[in-house]
Structure formats: structure tokens, C-alpha cells
Design a binder for this molecule. Sequence first.
Ligand code: GLC
Length: 532
Amino acid sequence: MAQPTPARTHHDWWRSAVIYQVYVRSFADGDGDGTGDLAGVRARLPYLAELGVDALWFSPWYQSPMKDGGYDVADYRAIDPAFGTLAEAEKLIAEAQQLGIRTIVDIVPNHVSDQHPWWRAALAGGPERELFHFRPGRGDHGELPPNGWRSEFGGPAWTRLPDGDWYLHLFAPEQPDLNWAHPAVRQEHEEILRFWFERGVAGVRIDSAALLVKDPRLPDFVEGRDPHPYVDRDELHEVYRSWRAVADEYGGVFVGEVWLPDSERFARYLRPDELHTAFNFSFLACPWDAGRLRASIDETLAEHAPVGAPATWVLCNHDVTRTVTRYGREDTGFDFATKVFGTPTDLALGTRRARAAALLSLALPGAVYVYQGEELGLPEADIPRDRIQDPMHFRSGGTDPGRDGCRVPLPWAAKAPYAGFGSHQEPWLPQPAHWPGYAADLQADDPGSMLTLYREAIRIRRDTPGFGDGPLTWLPSPEGVLAFARGDGLVCVVNLADTPTELDGHSRILLTSGPLDDQGRLPRDTAVWLLG
Ligand code: GLC
């Protein structure tokens, strides 16, 4: 069993960490009812320790009617009964800690579930109405929404209640937005942070972190007019400064879900008294192209440097197309707006590139996120239309396939029922017929598997000084080839050109994402870690 190393116990652990995202519902099913749970995670902690990750980020595990996969929270202090109990979560946090693995919880501050007590009290006409955004409609009879804001999932961001008023929901109607101008909303969230820090969590992921504050006048959005009525409002920084003071009491860290095109605006969230880190979505969305990737890496490093925050590197998560699928398509970038059913995909090509991308991202300066199943090389699954659950699909009018394809329950054992996810009941989302071929037990002993590559890469990354936080130096390289040095003589080369590239002047090959050719050259769509 892996022992905690200095990298895991150092107070700056988050600057160089490998953080594994657990989507509990689909990770492992301990009680066999078809839904993943905390018992399943606890049983798989040895697997995660062997993978070598420093921390686990749990997508929301709170009590929820699951209208948006748990991002609709009914009680931020209770575990959903389908997942387990608070006592089990506490045990899980402690057991993971014993293996040197920290826990990060996911806080959803922009909205609550329509089953949250505040929303129920608001609907009953209580003073809790002030905690949300209620407005009369426009038009002679109030029949038009108060403004033209659109939901992130499609359709209007307003729903009318039987009493005639409208309420705001930037996501699904079952996720009413909170009014962050109200002090009770702020106070409640600081108490929720304390609640989880007191239970031993090391960090908090902040959902939709740039959307909380709305212009109180709720004006229409006008393209090109700043500031935006609800994205990236300046008032947010004051919220995060006071959150930071709470986190500092516990030594906790934040990672913000901040999707912003403007890198200068993005970096403001990472000032020393605000969030420690934020997800790097421009790298995630970047196509498989050497010039574009290099530009994305340079821009990332340049935007983080002035605020002293480490970068993060993310290839996928529970919202986006799985990496091996994305890289196997003609358009290798990611954009929610362009997702359609039936995009042709070359999985062998995508897998080769995803292996190379794993070595690329694990060699870059900062922290790396691995989404469950990424280490198994799982592709995006096609979900039969009548089994789709994601509100994004329904609110697009059925044109967007939604996000369920990256949320399919994991295959653990090739020969077991439901590929070892659970036992007696079919998983909540159907697994494709080829799923057992990706099972962790098959891959564990296969030197050529994705799992072996991730294990090896993470092990080398931990054991070799120079990886993680620190400087990066680009090396001269042919067109279409990325080559950079880290630490004392570490070199990462990624070949995105059509032809093989020479590897000169190194003393040792630490790891390759695929075999070199018979002349010792690095083939296309392959990466290598070298010692100079
Ligand atoms: C974030 C989550 C996504 C969720 C949305 C609303 O983008 O990652 O899964 O649907 O917020 O909470």
C-alpha cells in the first residue's frame, strides 16, 4: 500500500496535487441497488491509493432530489440517503486521510433545490422570499418573463408561479437562484463551509462560482455591454474574500468553477486573499493541436504568475465529453454549443491522443484533475434516448445529447454483473455492451492499459522532484512537437505532427504513452518523459 509522502502532507500540497473527481452516483455501488454510494467509495479507497492521487473531489453528495445529478441541494449538511449517512461520510474522510488522501467537497452556492426548506418557506409566502429573485412579469398581464435571460441549460431563466410572480433560475426550474445581496445567504454559506471544514475536509470546490451575484436591477443582457448582469460581477470578490478568511482558519483550500474567456478577469479570483485555484477550462476546451495547446499553456502560466496561484490542468469532468471520444473526432475542442448526437469518432486515435495528453498535463506546472474513468480510458457512452436523465438534454428540446454519456457507472470487474459496478440491480444509467472491456481488473495487470499508464505517471510524478508547481522552459522543437523542461533535467515531448520525431540527448526514458518506432523515434500522437 502506498505510504503518505512529503508531497501529500506539505501545507502547499494543493499547488502540485493530483486530484481525482468522484461522481458518487456512478463510482461504485456498495449495496447493489444500482446507484453508487459512500460504501462503494470506501471499498475502493485502496484502488485510489494505488492510483496515487493526493485528494478526492466529491461532486455533491448531499440530500437532493437529483434533478441535476445532485447540483440541486435540499440539505447541505446531510448526505443523500441513496449515498449513505453523514456518519459514513465522516468515516470516509478519516479513512482516506489515513491513506494520505485529502477530501474536497463541492458547494453549490448559486442555487438550491426546490426541495430546500428556504424555497418551500418562500413558496408558502414567508420572509424567505427575500432569499430568492421573485419579480412580477412584463406585459399587460405579467405574462412575459421579467427579462430575457436564458437558462444555462436552454430556455428562459424564469418560471412563473401560480400566484403570478416569476422566479429566476439560471439552471433548471428545480434550481431557484439565491439572492446573494441578502446577508442571510452569505451567513448560511459561511456556516456550511465551517460545517465541512470541521468534519476534516481539506478543500471546497465552488460550483458556478462566477454567477452568484446579479445586478439588482436585473437588466437585459446586451452583447458587449459591461458589466454583465450576472456573470463575473465585481461584488463576488468581496464574497470570496470573506470565504477565504473562513478557509484560512482551517487551512482549507478552494477550487473555483470559473468559466471566463477573459484571462485577466479570471485571474482576479486567484488573488492571494481569494480562491487558491480555479479550473483551467481553456486547456480543457483546447483542440489537439500543438500551436493551440502551447498558446493555451503559455496564456495559463502568464495569467497565474502575477497573482502567484498555481495553474490547474483538466482534460474532462462530469459536464464535458470524455477525452478519448473528443480527441477521436474531427473537432477535438470542446464546446457545449456544438454537441450533437451521432458524431463520428475514431476511438483508437482518441485513445492514443488521450494517453499523450495524460503525460502532457501531468508534466505541466501546477495541479492536475483526473475525472473518474479517465484513468480507464472510458469513452463517452451513447445513452438510449429514453434513458437520458440530464436536464440539459430536455431543455435543449432534445437536440443536445446532454452529459449522461460521461456519467455512466464505472466498470470494475469484467466478468461480474454490470461490470462489477453493483450486483443485483441495473445501474441508474445503462452501461454500453463494450463496458466490461474497460474494467479496472482487466487493466490492472496489463502493462499497456490506460490504468497502468496513469498509475506509472502519477508514481513517477510523485517520486521525481521537478514535477508539479515550478517553472517550465520550452525547448526548441520541430513544428507540431511540444517539448519542455521541468526541474533538473526532466523533459516532456509530445508529438502532434504527422511524422515521427527524433529524441536526442537524453540519458533515460522515464515513461512513454506508446511505443517508440524501430529507430527510437517518437511517433505521432505520442508523448514521452525523459531525463536529460
Ligand atoms: C456546474 C456543474 C454542473 C451543474 C451546474 C449547476 O456547472 O458542474 O454539473 O449542472 O453547475 O449547478
